[in-house]
Design a protein around this ligand. Structure first.
Ligand SMILES: Cc1cc2nc3c(=O)[nH]c(=O)nc-3n(C[C@H](O)[C@H](O)[C@H](O)COP(=O)(O)OP(=O)(O)OC[C@H]3O[C@@H](n4cnc5c(N)ncnc54)[C@H](O)[C@@H]3O)c2cc1C
Length: 282
């Protein structure tokens, strides 16, 4: 394995290198996915373009939105003051990625662009109806994360586009989020199923599920039921979500077991949101 390492001094310079080399180049953030893929022979870029030091690592707010820079680390998400109450699902999901060393360098943008169906942060961002910002030679474009994700390892990103940030509306005060992950062990484990829920008092529910299809998915039919609120509606939402997904059998779990997990975790995540809203969710 050999590649040229580029350390550009600006976003435009990084994009120029990527444009010049096309599919032979890959951007490097924390490297916790990419370097492993290179070591295992699953990726063989001829050019690695570092995104470090280009100002993409801030987490902030603007005009009713939260904006997370693509290079923000998962550790920075876990400890961010704005994510400790209504947006706690962001910290719950980030906190179960790998171990401390991984979270210290792994980035939000890497988790999204890598497009693993089991990426833990992605269901939370989908449940928050997040938008991604992409910068390329022609300028910046934005699109819903739901449209950005195409399939396993595939997104709408062009090879010379940098994911610069992910944004989502500040949720209303009377809203709650929750994230649940099932794995074969409690730490350093890829999700067998992961679920994120976002409940707004007065009738809005969003549910997203990871590791249950070729990409992380929302389940609108289950969301509609969950909006009725209450224990029976949440149970039924779980059942409908399980029907809606098509997980695979693999070494981690059978498809049937994954569907059972979806039903249970969706119900529990919704109930946890309702509890946080001070309602009787069970
Ligand atoms: C031991 C271990 C355990 C792990 N456990 C989990 C887990 O439990 N859950 C989980 O979800 N993940 C897990 N991961 C995977 C990984 O840590 C995360 O997906 C992480 O968020 C990836 O971020 P990164 O910055 O390291 O990405 P990188 O490896 O740098 O990049 C990943 C991909 O995205 C591209 N890319 C990165 N940033 C950008 C950008 N801004 N613009 C354009 N392209 C970009 C790269 O070119 C590459 O193709 C684990 C990894 C390890 C090594």
């Amino acid at each position: 394995m050999s590649f040229a390492f580029h350390r550009p001094g600006s976003l435009d310079a990084a994009i120029a290198v990527a444009s010049e080399h096309g599919e032979a180049a890959r951007f490097l953030a924390g490297g916790t996915d990419l370097m492993i893929q290179i070591n295992r022979g699953r990726a063989a870029p001829k050019h690695l373009i570092s995104l470090a030091g280009l100002g993409l690592d801030t987490i902030g707010e603007s005009e009713g939105e939260h904006v997370i820079g693509a290079l923000a680390t998962l550790d920075a998400v876990v400890t961010h003051p704005a994510f400790q109450t209504g947006l706690v699902a962001l910290t719950q999901a980030s906190a179960v990625v790998g171990g401390r060393q991984v979270r210290n360098i792994a980035t939000v943008g890497g988790n999204i662009v890598n497009a693993s169906p089991a990426a833990d942060l992605v269901p939370v961002l989908l449940a928050l109806e997040a938008t991604v910002d992409l910068r390329g030679p022609a300028g910046t474009r934005s699109m819903p994360l739901d449209r950005f994700l195409v399939g396993r390892g595939r997104t709408e990103r062009r090879p010379d586009e940098i994911l610069t940030a992910v944004r989502f509306d500040k949720p209303p005060a009377a809203s709650a989020t929750w994230f649940l992950k099932a794995g074969r062990r409690k730490a350093m484990e890829i999700s067998v199923i992961c679920v994120a829920a976002h409940l707004v008092r007065g009738g809005k529910a969003r549910i997203a599920i990871g590791a249950a299809a070729a990409r992380t998915v929302r389940v609108p039919a289950a969301e509609a039921l969950a909006e009725k609120e209450g224990a029976a509606a949440f149970r039924e939402a779980g059942r409908i979500a399980a029907d809606a997904v098509s997980p695979i059998d693999d070494v981690r779990a059978s498809a049937r077991y994954r569907k059972l997990l979806v039903a249970t975790l969706v119900e529990r995540a919704l109930a946890a949101c309702a509890d946080r809203l001070g309602k009787d969710g069970r």
